[in-house]
Design a protein around this ligand. Structure first.
Ligand code: HPA
Length: 256
């Protein structure tokens, strides 16, 4: 912990982290925000096996149990809750499909760009009512210094991480059609998922450095000839999340 008892790192993630070994739940913070309730209480966790037992926050974005659909997540409340707890860095964990055929299930990718295909979500704090309207640069949606840290820590921890590409965010909860994925590939998207936006832009609006660690869990629609099954997705989550956890623990140890 950097300052007196101040927890600075938060992980926003989905499945697979509740069973992280060597992690103890210290407290559950029930937070109310002016934008409503976050997806769940914010868990304060401790890395038991690391010297100094660093603490971090964990917020399951789909709730606990996993039940909130991607288009219904209260992204504003989630980010506002972390901001109110004093979080200074957010590591987002996202399960995604691969559009770029050279990427494979269980690969870990840190994307450099985002293309937002979502609609009807509350995408800003600066809506002119609760907070005044503001325009701002978003050329590089992820925090460069946080990405550098992920790179250095992944190398030190022996985790193979690919740093490239663009995450195309779709509305869900259905997966895409093959034609939609083809169009996204033409746009330059290499990954597809449903949850990165507006999370990333809201973090930028409150000036919290944010980066995404993506686990590929299936080739996107039409990328392989087979239809996508939930079994293959769950299997890739189960087999791949272990490495993501190794990386996250090393990151918390470095950043907290
Ligand atoms: N599409 C959208 N979101 C996803 C996918 C996908 O193929 N796989 C995991 N999340």
């Amino acid at each position: 912990m950097s300052e007196a008892n101040q927890i600075t790192v938060a992980i926003i993630g989905g499945t697979g982290l509740n069973t992280m070994s060597g992690v103890r739940v210290v407290e559950e913070h029930v937070v109310e925000t002016e934008f409503g309730k976050p997806s769940s209480p914010v868990f304060e966790l401790e890395l038991e096996e690391v010297e100094g037992k660093p603490r971090f926050y964990f917020l399951p974005r789909h709730g606990k149990p996993h039940a909130v659909a991607p288009h219904l997540i209260n992204y504003r409340a989630n980010i506002a809750a972390l901001e109110s707890l004093g979080v200074k860095k957010i590591l987002a964990v996202n399960a995604v499909g691969s559009i770029d055929p050279k990427l494979n299930p269980k690969d870990i990718v840190v994307p450099e760009q985002v293309i937002d295909y979502t609609h009807g979500r509350e995408t800003s704090f600066f809506d002119g009512t609760i907070k005044p309207l503001q325009h701002f640069d978003f050329s590089d949606p992820f925090d460069a210094s946080l990405m550098e840290t992920i790179k250095a820590v992944s190398e030190k921890a022996g985790c193979n991480v690919i740093f490239e590409g663009a995450y195309g965010v779709t509305q869900g909860p259905r997966l895409e059609t093959a034609a939609e994925i083809k169009r996204m590939a033409q746009d330059g998207a290499t990954l597809v998922g449903m949850t990165l936006m507006p999370e990333a832009v809201l973090a930028r609006e409150v000036a919290i450095p944010y980066a995404s660690i993506c686990l590929i869990v299936n080739p996107a629609a039409g990328v392989s000839q087979a239809i996508i099954t939930m079994e293959e997705i769950y299997q890739a989550v189960e087999e791949g999340m272990g490495q993501v956890q190794v990386l996250l623990k090393a990151l918390v140890a470095e950043l907290a």
